[in-house]
Design a protein around this ligand. Structure first.
Ligand SMILES: Nc1ncnc2c1ncn2[C@@H]1O[C@H](COP(=O)(O)OP(=O)(O)OP(=O)(O)O)[C@@H](O)[C@H]1O
Length: 206
């Protein structure tokens, strides 16, 4: 089983501690949601867990079946969708999906055509991303995270810009995650984590 252990981790920007003494064990096969007010540190914590941002103190330990995963290879296990991660706007949807799978293969050998179908965007396969609506872009971001062959799926504000149909689509994709996957969410919207058994308030680490 894949596990992330946080041992006393903290993050400081300049002189300000965003959080300290975070002790957590996150196990695959379930989901965890980090909640808290704007600016409380949800996105920062998720970025530490992706390995893309260094901790200021403490240790993050990644393991698979009790074997340590080299932190330098951790990124291979993770797919993330977040408001601050942009899509390549000059590419068409088809081009973007082909580009993406060269460095992160899709689950079960899904083809770009099949992904576009699952995104409900078959009609927009040849349109440049820059001409997509904000909800269409959000669905693409979520799809790249859901359909990549990664055991860890990290979603920051997953239903931002989604309409009711898009939110229902998001819930359907969550239900289809595999039993060995780990889902981590950062959210302020209860209806985007209503299924999640583990809700953690980042304010406890202030
Ligand atoms: N690169 C940075 N340099 C300095 N301060 C930063 C940086 N990134 C984030 N911060 C600060 O860290 C704190 C936590 O920000 P973060 O984005 O993690 O909060 P959040 O809980 O995700 O907020 P929101 O709900 O608004 O998305 C904020 O005070 C923010 O200003």
């Amino acid at each position: 089983m894949l596990t992330i252990s946080a041992e006393g981790i903290g993050k400081k920007y300049r002189r300000e501690w965003i959080f300290r003494r975070v002790n957590l064990t996150l196990n695959a096969g379930t989901s965890y949601t980090f909640v808290g007010p704007n600016g409380s540190g949800k996105s920062t914590l998720l970025q530490l867990l992706t390995g893309s941002l260094p901790t200021t103190e403490g240790n993050l330990i990644f393991s698979l079946n009790n074997k340590l995963i080299d932190p330098d290879n951790w990124f291979r296990q993770v797919s993330i969708a977040a408001p601050y991660l942009e899509l390549v706007e000059e590419l068409t949807l088809d081009e973007l999906l082909i580009f993406h799978q060269t460095f992160k293969p899709f689950r079960a050998n899904l083809t770009p055509e099949a992904i576009a179908d699952r995104l409900l965007l078959t009609h927009a396969r040849h349109k440049e991303i820059k001409y997509f609506s904000s909800g269409m872009k959000q669905r693409v971001k979520l799809g790249l995270a859901f359909f990549s062959n990664s055991p860890v799926v990290i979603l920051d504000e997953p239903t931002a810009n989604l309409d009711r149909q898009g939110a229902a689509w998001y819930h359907e994709q969550v239900r289809q995650l595999g039993p060995d996957q780990l889902l981590l969410i950062g959210s302020n919207q209860p209806d985007e984590y209503d299924f999640c058994p583990n809700v953690l308030d980042v304010m406890q680490w202030k």
